[in-house]
Design a protein around this ligand. Structure first.
Ligand SMILES: [Mn+2]
Length: 373
């Protein structure tokens, strides 16, 4: 009863009619989830404030990062569905011309608007950025001070929005959205649970990466209770390769080489010609950088991908035992990301970039070894 009353009061404060509020009788987070890991009260306060901001705004424009992954797409679709369920007018945007087809099971996959820039000029719109460490990772045209909300789990997030809800300890933006919805009394339907499960599963490497916490498993458990079937979800998420995509992977695999002490580094690359030869598109490289980490003894892996106009994208992965994190190397190259998964755009030809990155890794390694002597 108390939660019903407080939710209604909150809505009244914000001038919303009670009917626009979602059903307020959500079960509280189970004790395990609240105690699984010390959550800062600041993080909870930020999530509650973000929830109030979402309630107070009737038009939401959702933005995800370029080269959208399972977490970006899962969180965007979850929030889009929540917007529809609570009577909001919702749109979602990203700079991607094409989204990875494997995620087409998500309910609003096809409602995506591809845009290089937006005007961000409508004060009546709340601009919500999901899984975007900084404003340059999404659609261009962002200006400081606009009515905006930034929900993210990248530790290097630059807090660019008017309201920032960032928890670098969270496994995924989907995990944060689950907490926001639960704390704020929003109703999580089966469809929304499936969207959130997608981001939780993909960003935690099927619950295998070091960002997988007791809370991640607890949230997954809650999502299963809400209707996300783990077997069905795993099929949907992982059965997403095309023949062209596998041919592209085969080329990348044929070039894998290891170097450094005990072969602790692994590297491969994909050329523009590979895309033309196989007919695969650049969304089909998803999962490839992480796959290199399945090599015995490898602690750090890099995949370089050639893009049109001479751009080269580096994806870094690291694990426990690596002398440095993937995030640290990405930042040295002008990029960013997580401690264990990161990326950077490089200048120069593919051949130059391969040599430069290998050099950087070996130099950095020797520096670290000397420091430990
Ligand atoms: Mn993410």
């Amino acid at each position: 009863m108390t939660s019903d009353n407080s939710t209604l009061k909150e809505d009244a404060r914000e001038g919303l009619s009670a009917c626009q509020a979602s059903t307020p009788n959500l079960p509280p987070l189970p004790p395990l989830a609240r105690n699984a890991r010390p959550l800062s009260s600041q993080a909870d306060d930020d999530l509650l404030a973000a929830s109030r901001t979402l309630r107070a705004n009737h038009e939401w424009h959702i933005f995800t990062h370029k080269k959208a992954d399972g977490d970006a797409l899962g969180s965007a679709n979850a929030l889009f569905q929540m917007g529809i369920n609570s009577g909001r007018s919702v749109k979602w945007f990203s700079p991607d011309k094409k989204l990875p087809e494997g995620y087409s099971y998500l309910p609003h996959f096809s409602e995506h608007t591809s845009a290089e820039t937006c005007s961000f000029s409508d004060d009546n719109v709340l601009y919500v950025f999901l899984d975007c460490a900084n404003e340059t990772r999404s659609v261009g045209g962002f200006r400081e001070g606009i009515n905006s909300l930034n929900i993210d789990h990248h530790e290097d997030n630059s807090h660019y929005a008017l309201m920032n809800c960032v928890d670098g300890k969270a496994s995924s933006t989907c995990e944060l959205l689950f907490r926001l919805f639960t704390l704020g009394g929003w109703t999580i339907t089966k469809t929304i649970a499936e969207c959130l499960y997608t981001g939780l599963f993909t960003d935690s490497g099927s619950f295998s990466f070091s960002n997988t916490s007791p809370l991640t498993h607890s949230v997954a458990g809650e999502l299963i209770k809400l209707g996300a079937d783990p077997g069905h979800m795993t099929d949907l998420i992982t059965q997403n390769k095309t023949v062209n995509g596998l041919h592209l992977w085969a080329l990348a695999m044929s070039r894998v080489r290891t170097f450094g002490d005990n072969g602790m580094f692994a590297a491969t690359y994909i050329t523009l010609k590979d895309f033309a030869d196989t007919g695969a598109d650049n969304t089909e490289t998803e999962g490839l950088p992480a796959f290199l980490m399945s090599l015995m003894g490898v602690k750090f892996a890099v995949t370089l991908t050639e893009y049109p106009e001479g751009r080269v994208r580096a994806s870094f992965r690291s694990r426990e035992g690596s002398p440095f994190g993937a995030g640290e190397i990405a930042r040295l190259c002008g990029g960013g990301g997580h401690e264990r998964a990161s990326g950077a755009n490089l200048d120069g030809t593919l051949t130059e970039c391969i040599a430069r990155i290998e050099n950087l890794l070996l130099t950095k390694y020797h520096e670290c070894s000397r420091a430990h002597q």
